[in-house]
Structure formats: C-alpha cells, structure tokens
Design a protein around this ligand. Sequence first.
Ligand code: AMP
Ligand code: ZN
Length: 483
Amino acid sequence: MILYNSASRKREEFVPNHPDIVKMYTCGPTVYHFAHIGNLRSYIMEDILEKYLRYTGYNVKRVMNITDVGHLTSDADEGEDKMLKGAKREHKTVMEIAQFYTDAFFDDCRKLNIKTPDVVEPATHCIDEYIKIITKLMDTGYAYFAGGNVYFDTSKLERYYIFNDFKEEDLNVGVREGVEEDTNKRNKNDFVLWFTKSKFEDQALKWDSPWGVGYPGWHIECSGISMKHLGEDLDIHCGGIDNAFPHHTNEIAQSESYLGHPWCKYWMHVLHLNTTSGKMSKSSGEFLTVSLLEQKGYDPLAYRFFCLQSHYRKSLVFTWENLDNAQGAYNKLIARVAALKPDDGEVDQAAFDELDAKFRAAMDNDLNSSLAVTALYDVLKAKTNDATKLKAIGAFDTVLGLSLLEKAAVKREELKKEQLAAGAFTILSESGEVDPEIEAKIQARQDAKKAKNFAEADRIRDELKAAGIEVTDIPHGAKWKRL
Ligand code: AMP
Ligand code: ZN
C-alpha cells in the first residue's frame, strides 16, 4: 500500500515496524464543545485507513486521546484553557463538560460508522506518564524551568520543523498578531510541558509534580498516551492538517528527545473541510454538527459518502447543495443494492477477485476513496450474478462504512410493504428459491383468476402440479414448493 507521509513529503510504500501489528495513534477531540463535521471529516478518513489496513489482513492497535485538560485557546500556550471556557459557558464542572462532550463525540461517531479505537484515554488519566517524560527531558537538558512553568527548549534540536518548509518568521507563534509573547521562553517556538503558572489562576484540575502543583501542556499528552499504550515506536500518527504545526511538530520534538531515537514512521494529515467562507472551525460561527444535519433531514451516512468522494489530501468545500447531491446519490445507491437478489446463485470467486482487485488498487493508491467508490459502482455494472455483487459490496463496505447491505434490506422490506399496500401480488417459494419460469406461470394463473377464467386458472395449477410444483394461496400472493 502506498501512503503519503507528511514527514517525508513523499508517497511511500507502507511497511509497519513489526510485521504482525500496525500501531496507530489518532489525536482525539478537545471535549469542550460538540465536534463539528470538519473534525469528523478527519475521523472518517482515519477510520477508512484503519479499516482498510484490517481488510488487507493487518492487526491494528489504535489509540486515541481525549483532550480534557491543557489545551489553551491559542497555539502559543496562551489564553484560556478550552475546557475551563466550556465549563464557564455552561455553568458546569470541567469533568461534567468532558463527560458530556465525550459521549456526544462517540454518539456522532456511531452515527457515522466511525469505529471506536481500541484504546480511548482521557488526558487526565495519564499524569504520571507526562511527569516521567518531562523529568527525563529536564535531566537531559531538553527542558528548562522558567517563571513557574517547564518549557521544551527547541534550540537543542538539530531539526525542529518537520512538516513544512515554512519560514521561521511565519511560524513564530509568539509574534503572531494578537498573541502575546511569553517572556519566559528562551526561543520563540519553545512550548510548555507543565504549567504551574499562567494568566488564569482558576484552573479547575491540578496535580502535584516535581515542579509544583499544576497541569500538563497539550502536546505532552499525545506523546505520553501513545508511549503508554503503544511503546517506544509508532507506525502511523493521524490528525487534521492544523495539528501538523505546532502540535505534531512538538510531539516529535519531545518524544524523540526523550527516546533518543526516531519515534513515528508515517504521518497522515487530513485536509480541512471548509465552508465557502473558509475553514470550518468552532469559533467561526459556521459550526455544523451531525445533529444539525439530522434535524435538516439528512442521513449522517450521506455526509460520510460525501467525504469518501474526495481525496483526504485535498481540502473539501461543504455546501448544502453538495450534501443534497450526496444524499441523492446515496439513496440511489441503496435502491440499486436493494434491487439485487440475495439468493441469485453461487458466488463466482473469480469475478469477485477481479472486482476486489480494483477496489484494492484504489485504496492502495494513498487511500483513493473516490476511486474506491467508483469500484463499488463497477460492481453494480459488472457482468456477474447478484450473489457475487452482494458479496463484493458487503466486503468493500467493511471499509467504506456506508451500511449498504443493512439499508438495502430495510429498503427491500419497505418495497414489499408498498407493493402489498398497492394490492400487488407477491410470489414466494417456501425454500427461498427464485425461479422466473415458475413465477411466470403462477402470475398467469393469478391473471386468469382476475379475469374470472377459472378453468384456465385450474389448468395452470394442474400443469404445475404435474411438474411437481404445489401452489398455495396466501394473502396478497401465492407460495410454491417442490413436492
Ligand atoms: P479538536 O477537537 O479541535 O482538537 O480537533 C479534532 C480533530 O479535528 C483534529 O485532528 C483537527 O486537526 C481536526 N480538524 C479541526 N478542524 C478541521 C476541519 N475544518 N476539517 C478537518 N479536520 C479538522
Ligand atoms: Zn495530539
């Protein structure tokens, strides 16, 4: 499989560190508000990466943090703690806010068929891990204590910028407009590992540490949680592109300085979901949630379908018109799957393998999900029986996560009910067998009965009996079996 690695800025063959397991880490949500559908775009694309790795036979262990402390409102370790801000807004405790929005996040994920990672760890559960890492960084001279806080010293690194060739000046968060410079920092990009002092003294959650009572910085949480559950190496680290700098850059700085060796092999960054006026963000006002999509009558999976139709390395513009189109296409897709007959013969393995090869080629090409969706449509057009098509659709959907077979089954039931309500005549076999010739004869008998030509109806019944077929009338239809 080819995967684009943001760290090398190259498409690379994916080879995990250990052949038997892929270790995957995902930056989880900051639970001070509902996730918006932009955040969820990142989680959808990361979900299909995990599911495709499993599809190709890898064992995957995936870990996600829940940021419930230490994420300030600016990247420069300044401003208010986001959790505290949420708690104040809603007159609740920080822990109540964290629990409420963690539950809300996983509700959204369930609606979007995003698998819950194997390990989900709130940042507040791993304080000892951070203290262990920071202690070593202090001992080895990578960190320093100033003005009550512990900082990482970025001047100790041979290379700090990993993901971009940004000009240093552009990235000096301390001098960005509207962000006050922290005079304790020796270098502009130094970042806080442990706070004991900040501009606000009402931080709700504090812990004892060798540097005084305080709380961890945001970046240390992901290094600590990853190492706690996945050890000293990592295969894939995921997140939205805004996390590349400074969050992931700082994660690499502190993890590799602590470990003394390279840490994560592949970095996957999902580009943003934008509105027509810019990046979708919690502060911009245009803040769309899964519940809002539902209130407006959309199926959350239509949004997932919309996301799959474009590549994760391209930014994606959300408009209601685009979502309407996705919902329409999704409904049609379900109707086409519902029209396939589940008992239509044996699976043709060779035909399945050919369809599967197209699907894999798409996904192997840096997760080309829109081509994978094309491979799904190719199944519907393929010259093979319905059993083979349904098997391929079911298989691909373990990765794409569109609930196609389940929704098609519901659709079939609805259609049956509609036909019954419209007085349609349903022909079923007791064994579930489908035989168009027999069905045509039973239909002809029904037509004769309707035309009050009972002699002809009886003749057809006797003809079927002579051929070993017994027909019984049922409400709104007939049932047949082989004698
Ligand atoms: P947060 O809850 O702010 O920590 O963000 C959760 C995840 O969503 C992170 O991986 C972010 O990089 C990602 N993210 C934030 N905004 C967007 C957006 N507009 N489009 C896609 N991903 C985003
Ligand atoms: Zn993170």
